[in-house]
Design a protein around this ligand. Structure first.
Ligand SMILES: NC(=O)c1ccc[n+]([C@@H]2O[C@H](COP(=O)([O-])OP(=O)(O)OC[C@H]3O[C@@H](n4cnc5c(N)ncnc54)[C@H](OP(=O)(O)O)[C@@H]3O)[C@@H](O)[C@H]2O)c1
Length: 316
């Protein structure tokens, strides 16, 4: 089936950590008619210039398909959470005749790898969504409909992760947790890089159809990141060395805790390890920086920006 350039783009999760930056990227690209899809009970607002599509909170397929009719692309940038909303959103996009669906992957690691799936239901869920997309794309070919998908795998959110604890970096105490000596390289992306990659996927729809694209801002080791932090702050950092094997075993035990916060902490600890030790996309077939016309950012410049933001908040 012939595809037309993607023009009408609907973003789900436009007020989120990643979604808000993707929205900015779509607006800056200045080539899309953008709308955002929200649950009807949502209390958050989006820029008044962007049309809002409201759907029932459970995202029922029939209602969402109706709401998405006429859209060329749908981007899911909201957490997997409980329930099957992501599977329903994919099905609704298919039924609406949407050309390109970008599921909520944006992973620290590749959800379809065996290790992540062994550790966390989150990655099994992401894989189910990818399998659903694959099945819908086959159905689309058989029935002459337009549906296709692209999943974006970006490594840890770098700028956001440096400050929110995901990277186990503590600015106040100048301490970094370092895994297995810290020399393993891992791909990692700023939020603006992920937004840029998402825009490029839509602009290069033919080359990116029905596949995963692996992107990065850079692929430093943890030791490289600490060196950049020391340079930006002009002082030495403490390194707390950790052996990943017992650390993961302990986190797996904590997953069974009855304390919801302990479970969340365990999930985040596991994600931290997987994204630091099993995420060098430069070695993957699907490494798509050239395909998307992207170049690495400069690690020291990005770290400098994050340090400047930290200092501007009135900290030391
Ligand atoms: N690689 C990494 O380091 C990393 C880190 C974090 C997340 N991620 C991934 O990035 C993606 C986005 O995560 P995020 O942390 O940016 O999300 P987030 O900030 O938690 O997303 C919040 C947004 O999602 C919307 N939302 C929440 N539940 C929804 C639902 N059931 N239906 C429709 N909209 C819903 C919210 O809408 P309202 O404003 O209307 O409430 C809000 O706009 C996910 O795929 C996640 O797995 C990756």
């Amino acid at each position: 089936m012939a595809h037309t350039p993607i023009k009408k783009v609907c973003l789900v999760g436009a007020n989120g950590t990643l979604g808000s930056v993707i929205l900015k990227g779509l607006i800056q690209a200045d080539c899309f008619d953008i709308s955002v899809l929200q649950r009807s009970n949502s209390s958050s607002s989006s820029p008044s210039s962007i049309p809002r599509i409201l759907v029932p909170p459970e995202l029922p397929v029939e209602d969402v398909a109706k709401a998405l009719t006429g859209q060329d692309a749908v981007i899911a940038a909201f957490p997997l959470g409980q329930g099957d909303q992501h599977l329903r959103l994919a099905e609704a996009a298919f039924q609406a005749g949407v050309q390109r669906f970008i599921p909520a992957d944006f992973g620290s690691c590749d959800a379809s790898d065996p290790e992540p799936q062994k550790y966390l239901p989150l990655y099994r869920k992401k894989t189910l969504v990818r399998e659903k997309c694959e099945a819908l794309a086959v159905q689309a070919t058989q029935h002459g409909s337009a549906f296709s998908w692209t999943t974006v795998i970006c490594g840890h959110f770098f700028d956001h992760g440096l400050r929110d604890g995901l990277l186990h970096i503590d600015f106040d105490t100048r301490t970094a947790q370092i895994l297995d000596g810290g020399a393993t390289k891992a791909s990692t992306s700023t939020l603006r890089r992920i937004a840029e990659a998402t825009v490029r996927v839509l602009q290069r729809a033919e080359q990116t159809r029905n596949r995963a694209v692996y992107v990065q801002s850079f692929n430093p080791s943890q030791l490289d990141v600490v060196a950049a932090l020391e340079k930006a702050m002009g002082e030495p950092w403490h390194m707390q060395h950790i052996d990943s094997k017992p650390y993961l075993e302990d986190a797996q035990k904590r997953l069974k805790s009855e304390e919801p916060q302990a479970v969340l902490d365990a999930i985040e600890d596991i994600v931290f390890v997987l994204g630091a030790l099993d995420a060098d996309w430069t070695k993957r077939d699907g490494f798509a920086m050239d395909l998307l016309g992207l170049e690495d950012e400069n690690l020291e410049d990005v770290v400098q920006e994050v340090v400047a933001a930290y200092r501007a908040e009135g900290s030391k």
